[in-house]
Design a protein around this ligand. Structure first.
Ligand SMILES: Nc1ncnc2c1ncn2[C@@H]1O[C@H](COP(=O)(O)OP(=O)(O)O)[C@@H](O)[C@H]1O
Ligand SMILES: [Mg+2]
Length: 145
């Protein structure tokens, strides 16, 4: 599901995330890029709902990683903002999660450097007004929206 989408509310962001979630498979890495408040964590709430995860999805900024075990899917939500680089990312169990077949939803993925696999999804969020956001999913150039 590639393309640029405009969403006008949190509910529309959730709906977009649910549509995107339909094509996720174990071991997928989803990089979430964009400024604070752009909607990255909100998108993960939609992913979690679609993947059958129970419980609230909140920002993992302070605990870095949150594990959500659903009936059919293991979703791991990371916010790497406070990490220095790849060694830190390995220390929180990056490879173990992938080996376990988790779907990794990663905020501030640049901290993970070369650990991000070449086939990772890249989703970029841009503010476009109070509740409007532009969401580019696997766009050829992430700068083009
Ligand atoms: N269309 C929208 N999509 C996502 N969030 C929205 C939207 N409109 C308003 N918001 C608000 O913007 C904020 C987004 O926060 P969050 O998802 O935590 O962003 P991030 O993780 O990128 O810092 C929330 O307070 C949310 O209610
Ligand atoms: Mg966030």
């Amino acid at each position: 599901m590639k393309g640029s989408f405009e969403v006008g509310s949190v509910e529309e962001t959730w709906a977009l995330a649910r549509a995107f979630a339909a094509e996720l498979k174990p071991g997928d890495v989803v990089c979430l890029e964009g400024d604070l408040g752009a909607g990255k964590t909100t998108f993960v709430q939609g992913l979690a709902a679609a993947l059958g995860v129970k419980g609230r999805v909140t920002s993992p900024t302070f605990c870095i990683v949150q594990e959500h075990r659903g009936a059919a899917c293991f979703l791991v939500h990371m916010d790497l903002y406070r990490l220095a680089g790849e060694d830190d990312v390995l220390a929180i169990g990056w490879e173990d999660y992938l080996a376990e077949g988790a779907v990794l939803a990663v905020e501030w993925p640049e901290r993970a450097g070369s650990l991000i696999p070449p086939d990772a999804h890249h989703i970029r969020f841009l503010h476009a007004g109070e509740e409007k956001r532009k969401v580019a999913i696997d766009a050829a150039s992430q700068n083009k929206i």
